[in-house]
Design a protein around this ligand. Structure first.
Ligand code: CTP
Ligand code: CA
Length: 223
């Protein structure tokens, strides 16, 4: 059992995690979504449980089994995820926002299926979704927040800027081309001291390394 060998660095801590993609409906049979398997978020949830935490996972649609020992709440849209997270975030010690949240939803969603013979093309109108991580980071009683950023270029600059814009102490960056649908990941940790690159590892090992890095920073921040 892996838990036996993991140091109990998060015993007594409540950890909230979002994972997977979100889906935004066009009509009852069509949707727009973000590319995410959920593997990294689920691996982090498992690693946090193995480190002794009480873990709750709020997940968009994935094909993955619920991590052992973790409670799960399934959502579809970004606005459902927002509602689920904000209704409980201030009761947690740590929030890890791994979900690939859709940035927009479709205003002209239709209750009935769009028929292709009725129109040449389809015009969709998008409105912004709430920024869940930024809102949690600015709550009066905010948990210690960790963000993720998958970029396709200029990782260091974009990730540090994103960390400051969201107002979070730690942001995990990676290059989207290297990690999406892959079983390994290469994470770079961005905090107020600069950046730290972790080795390329299978997602479950990388998750354990990340939980150790989070526990270290969380503990020194809360002394
Ligand atoms: N995030 C969130 N709610 C959103 C958008 C993003 O909670 N509506 C979180 C993600 O879970 C991630 C972090 O914010 O932890 C960064 O997401 P990302 O999509 O990289 O950042 P954006 O601010 O949306 O910027 P952009 O997509 O333009 O790069
Ligand atoms: Ca985004």
């Amino acid at each position: 059992c892996q838990a036996f060998f993991t140091p109990s660095i998060l015993v007594g801590k409540k950890v909230l995690i979002t994972a997977g993609p979100t889906e935004e409906p066009i009509d009852p049979v069509r949707m727009i979504t973000n590319r995410s398997s959920g593997k990294m978020g689920y691996a982090i949830a498992q690693a946090a449980f193995n480190a002794g935490a009480n873990v709750h996972l709020i997940s968009g649609p994935t094909a993955l089994a619920t991590p052992y020992g973790v409670t799960i709440e399934k959502v579809r849209t970004a606005r459902e995820m927002h509602q689920a997270v904000l209704s409980q975030a201030s009761t947690y010690d740590i929030f890890i926002s791994v979900a690939a949240v859709a940035d927009w939803h479709i205003d002209n969603y239709t209750e009935h299926k769009q028929k292709k013979q009725d129109q040449q093309g389809l015009q969709l109108h998008f409105s912004p979704n709430p920024d869940i991580l930024a809102e949690v980071a600015h709550l009066d009683k905010s948990p210690w927040c960790v963000g993720f950023a998958a970029e396709t270029e200029n990782l260091n600059q974009y990730a540090q800027e994103k960390r400051l814009r969201k107002g979070v102490p730690l942001l995990v960056g990676n290059l989207a081309q290297q990690v999406m649908e892959a079983d390994t990941t290469t994470m770079v940790l961005f905090d107020d001291k600069g950046e730290e690159q972790l080795p390329t590892l299978p997602k479950d090992e990388a998750a354990q390394r990340l939980i150790e890095a989070i526990a270290k920073r969380y503990t020194s921040a809360s002394i």
